[in-house]
Write a protein that binds this ligand. Structure first.
Ligand code: T3P
Length: 125
């Protein structure tokens, strides 16, 4: 299935939570946003920034994506407040157990369409 802006928002946007997530944030949010069905998604980043801020990255510096050879990635000119969720090695499906790590980093996202919108989270740097 083609990556979509709706999937990007569901998996990565959380503008209304404070930037410093509680330790239980990832276990709750990964489930609530449908990333623990069928299997536990291993790594996922949530962005505590407005949609306007994230969408605007599609007009910032274009580059080759880090996790593919595609050239439709864009790197944020500023750092963003993010939370990384990483599946613990001891986690056993269906009990998807995550570490929650807050940080402020530049992000790299893939954009598609006209006008360009985010469709895939590539990396944080
Ligand atoms: P999606 O393409 O649905 O945005 O790379 C595989 C998935 O892992 C991809 O999902 C993005 C996600 N991911 C993060 O959310 N944060 C990260 O830091 C990395 C490396 C991957």
């Amino acid at each position: 299935r083609k990556p979509s802006v709706q999937d990007f928002k569901r998996q990565h946007m959380d503008p209304d939570s404070p930037p410093n997530s509680r330790p239980t944030y990832c276990n709750q949010m990964m489930k609530r946003r449908g990333m623990t069905k069928g299997s536990c998604k291993r790594v996922n980043t949530f962005l505590h920034e407005s949609w306007a801020t994230v969408k605007a990255i599609c007009s910032q510096r274009q580059m080759t994506c880090k996790t593919s050879s595609r050239n439709n990635c864009h790197k944020s000119s500023s750092t963003l407040h993010i939370t990384d969720c990483r599946l613990k090695g001891s986690s056993k499906y269906p009990n998807c157990d995550y570490t929650t790590t807050n940080s402020q980093k530049h992000i790299i996202i893939a954009c598609e369409g006209n006008p360009l919108v985010p469709v895939h989270f590539d990396a944080s740097v």
